[in-house]
Design a protein around this ligand. Structure first.
Ligand SMILES: Cc1cc2nc3c(=O)[nH]c(=O)nc-3n(C[C@H](O)[C@H](O)[C@H](O)COP(=O)(O)O)c2cc1C
Length: 192
């Protein structure tokens, strides 16, 4: 079981990264192979809408640090995407990656009943942290991305969310989110 874990926060020891690392540690104990990538350390652009991935290649043709990340996700069984909420959205570091996954869609994705270029059966774990304690705020973020990733074939998906966590370390006191990292790792690993 190969897990690719994308850390979208610029804070390597921040709240979302803490949750992601805990999940990966538990999955590793259960036998997973983990590739953790801190997106903020990479250099890349968002999608350029060149349409090359729809006209002349089945991959994104941009040559930057996301090239190998996209390739790793193609080979993964599980994708973990962790991000803080910035202005009601995922952080731009993760958003740029998500836009580049446009290359996962076949040229004829609009009409094709199997629009994804990815092998089926992949799983998604989304980890979101926000300063706002009201969990109704920004609760649209996961369902929106989940539906796009379902389109890619990530049929099984999980959300771990911590609200009301602002500073580095705050998430340690968020019992529910901390506990759900191990539970989610176990679920992802059990349904192989
Ligand atoms: C630029 C910026 C924008 C933010 N926007 C929001 C926001 O819209 N809503 C919110 O609840 N928290 C917001 N926050 C707070 C972060 O979501 C919160 O501190 C989160 O736990 C950070 O996660 P991290 O430690 O993984 O980076 C923002 C923080 C920054 C730096």
């Amino acid at each position: 079981m190969k897990i690719v874990c994308l850390l979208g926060s610029p804070r390597s020891k921040g709240n979302s990264s803490t949750l992601a690392k805990r999940l990966c540690e538990r999955a590793k104990e259960l036998g997973a192979k983990i590739q953790m990538i801190q997106l903020n350390k990479l250099t890349y652009r968002g999608c350029q809408a060149c349409m090359a991935c729809k006209t002349k290649s089945d991959k994104c043709i941009l040559k930057d640090d996301l090239e190998s990340v996209l390739e790793s996700v193609r080979g993964a069984d599980v994708l973990v995407m962790a991000s803080p909420i910035y202005y009601g959205e995922v952080a731009s570091q993760l958003k740029a990656f998500i836009d580049r996954t446009y290359s996962f869609l076949a040229s004829d994705y609009v009409t094709n009943p199997h629009p994804s270029r990815l092998s089926p059966g992949k799983k998604l774990v989304f980890i979101l942290t926000q300063g706002q304690p009201d969990d109704r705020q920004f609760d649209d973020v996961f369902p929106r991305y989940d539906s796009f990733f379902k389109w890619y074939g990530f049929e099984e998906s999980y959300l771990i969310r911590a609200c009301g966590v602002m500073d580095i370390g705050d998430v340690e006191a968020h019992r529910e989110a901390m506990l759900s990292t191990a539970e989610t790792a176990e679920k992802v690993m059990e349904s192989r």
